[in-house]
Design a protein. Structure first.
Length: 228
């Protein structure tokens, strides 16, 4: 939008008041002259910048890189759900076994078995939390790679077309000219530059064993040397 610059000049008018001679005893002194106001110099007219709009969320959804990220995350999520299901089934089976045999167990043995089950449940919860955080970090890292490439392409297009300002589409309330939207151009260039992004999931701690209550194998004694 072009803004008009206005220059406002302020003129100060001094007036001398002269009293009639019949009433005047002494001549009235003229008021002191007001200091001159420096003129306001108008600056050069501002040239409105060329504005463009880009839909980053749409690019992330529809680009080849974004689809590759989504596909890999869905695969990791399926594997994660399968792990959780197996852990839940194993814990439930061991808890049911404990309930069935608790009545014939010695109090000390029953208490120890119950504590072991509680530790296994805590280990499973910790594993789930660590795995969720690992998947989230992998997603964030992959999205950042795609986002960095999108920003580079936006800057490249802005330089080519002398665009002074690029804003996200979700922040725009109204757009009179559809040509301001450069989303399709960014999407096309991103597909050429970055057809896929590898999602790297940090390796979490090992999943809890199915049965941590099994006794550890006895240490093997070293062979006795033969007497000569």
């Amino acid at each position: 939008m072009r803004r008009n610059s206005f220059v406002f000049g302020v003129a100060l008018i001094g007036a001398l008041t002269v009293l009639p001679s019949a009433f005047a005893q002494t001549p009235a002194a003229a008021p002191a002259a007001a200091p001159a106001t420096p003129p306001i110099v108008a600056g050069p007219a501002l040239i409105p910048p060329t504005v463009a709009v880009v839909d980053m969320q749409r690019i992330l959804r529809e680009s080849a890189a974004g689809k590759s990220i989504q596909s890999q995350l869905e695969g990791e999520s399926r594997k994660f759900r399968d792990q959780i299901t197996r852990m839940q089934d194993e814990l439930k089976a061991q808890q049911n076994q404990f309930i069935r045999t608790r009545s014939v167990m010695a109090p000390e043995a029953a208490s120890e078995q119950q504590q072991q089950l509680q530790r296994k449940e805590a280990d499973a919860q910790r594993f789930v939390q660590e795995r969720q955080e690992a998947i989230q970090k992998g997603e964030n890292d992959a999205v950042n790679v795609a986002g960095d490439n999108m920003r580079d392409i936006v800057q490249q297009i802005a330089a080519e077309r002398h665009i002074g300002l690029v804003v996200r589409k979700e922040l725009v309330l109204s757009m009179a000219d559809k040509n301001m939207d450069i989303t399709d151009d960014v999407l096309q260039r991103l597909n050429t530059k970055l057809p896929s992004v590898t999602v790297t999931i940090p390796a979490p701690g090992a999943a809890p064993a199915a049965d941590s209550t099994a006794p550890a194998p006895a240490p093997v004694a070293p062979p006795t040397p033969k007497k000569k």
